[in-house]
Design a binder for this molecule. Structure first.
Ligand SMILES: NC(=O)c1ccc[n+]([C@@H]2O[C@H](COP(=O)([O-])OP(=O)(O)OC[C@H]3O[C@@H](n4cnc5c(N)ncnc54)[C@H](O)[C@@H]3O)[C@@H](O)[C@H]2O)c1
Length: 259
C-alpha cells in the first residue's frame, strides 16, 4: 500500500489535480480545502467522488489550514489516519490572499500584506515545524510549494502575493537546507499561467493574460493543473531523492520566453 500525502488546497486547481492523480495512483490522501457558498458544493462533489477511488483512503477537511489552531487540532487526527507513519508529501497549494497593487485605488494595507504572506507563504513553515516535531516527516518525505513568475516579475494585482511567493521560496530553500541531512527534501514547483479560480481573482484582465501566455509560451498553451500533478507525482519517485532546495519549472518553458 502506498504512503499518505497531505495536500493543503486540495479541492481545485493544482492541488485538486494532484489529489486526483495521487489518489488514482494509490496514495492515501489527507486534504484540506477552504470552500464556502456555491464552491462548497462543488468541492463536496469532488471529495465524495475521490473517496471512491482508492479504497476510501481519502480524508478531506473543509477548514482554514493556515490557522495555527487548526494545525494543532488536526495534527493528532493526521497521526491517527497514517497510524503514525510519516507522510510521503506535504504539498502547499493554497490560493487565498489580497490581489491588488501597492498604489492607486486600493493600495495593499499592512493587514492584507500580513494575511497574504502568512496564508500563501509562512503557513507552510509552521506546518513543517509541527509535522516534523510529531515525527510525521522522515527520510524520503517531500515538502513542495507552488510558486510563480510573480516571484521575480512585477505584475498587475500581484503585489501582496508576490511577497508571499518570495517568502515561500526562501522557506522551502531553508527547510531543504536544514532537513536534507535527514533525507527530507523541500522544493518549489513554478507553474506557468494556469486558468484556475485563483487566476480570475488577480485581475479582471485575466483572459488577456491567458491569450498573451499562449503567444509567449514556447509550447503555445497555458499550463494545466494536470501538468503540475504529473510533476508532483514524478517528485515522489525515489529517482527524485536528490532534488532539494530547487525550483522545478512546470511551464513548458514560459519563464525562458523573451516575449
Ligand atoms: N493559477 C496560476 O496561474 C498559478 C501559477 C503559478 C502558481 N500558482 C499557485 O498555485 C497555488 C494554487 O493555486 P490555484 O491556481 O490552483 O488556485 P485554486 O483557486 O484553484 O485553488 C486554491 C485551493 O486553495 C484552497 N484554500 C484557499 N484558502 C485556504 C485555506 N485558508 N486553507 C485551506 N485551503 C485553502 C481552496 O479551497 C482550493 O482548494 C497557489 O499557491 C498559486 O499561487 C498558480
Amino acid at each position: 500500500m502506498k504512503e499518505w500525502v497531505l495536500i493543503l488546497g486540495c479541492s481545485t486547481g493544482h492541488g485538486g489535480a494532484t489529489t486526483r492523480k495521487l489518489a488514482e495512483n494509490g496514495y492515501g490522501i489527507i486534504g484540506f480545502h477552504f470552500d464556502r457558498g456555491d464552491i462548497k458544493k462543488e468541492a463536496g462533489v469532488f471529495c465524495e467522488e475521490l473517496k471512491g477511488v482508492n479504497d476510501g483512503r481519502c480524508h478531506f477537511f473543509n477548514t482554514n489550514a493556515a490557522s495555527p489552531e487548526v494545525m494543532d487540532e488536526y495534527l493528532p487526527k493526521i497521526k491517527e489516519i497514517t497510524g503514525g507513519e510519516p507522510l510521503k508529501l506535504l504539498l502547499h497549494s493554497i490560493a487565498f490572499g489580497t490581489t491588488t497593487n501597492f498604489f492607486g485605488e486600493k493600495p495593499a494595507t499592512q493587514k492584507q500584506m500580513e494575511m497574504t504572506i502568512h496564508v500563501m507563504g509562512t503557513s507552510l513553515l509552521y506546518w513543517v515545524q509541527k509535522l516534523h516535531d510529531a515525527e510525521l516527516l522522515a527520510n524520503g518525505s517531500r515538502v513542495l510549494g507552488l510558486t510563480s513568475e510573480g516571484n521575480y516579475l512585477a505584475m498587475e494585482g500581484y503585489g501582496p502575493v508576490s511577497v508571499a511567493k518570495v517568502a515561500l521560496e526562501s522557506i522551502t530553500r531553508q527547510i531543504g537546507w536544514e532537513l536534507g541531512q535527514h533525507g527530507i527534501t523541500a522544493n518549489c514547483i513554478q507553474a506557468g499561467v494556469t486558468p484556475t479560480r485563483a487566476l480570475t481573482k488577480i485581475t479582471d484582465r485575466w483572459e488577456e493574460w491567458v491569450e498573451l501566455t499562449k503567444e509567449r509560451n514556447p509550447m503555445k498553451r497555458t499550463t494545466r493543473p494536470e501538468d503540475v500533478a504529473n510533476v508532483v507525482y514524478l517528485m515522489l519517485q525515489p529517482e527524485a531523492d536528490f532534488i532539494n532546495c530547487s525550483i522545478v519549472y512546470t511551464d513548458g518553458g514560459e519563464h525562458r520566453s523573451g516575449m
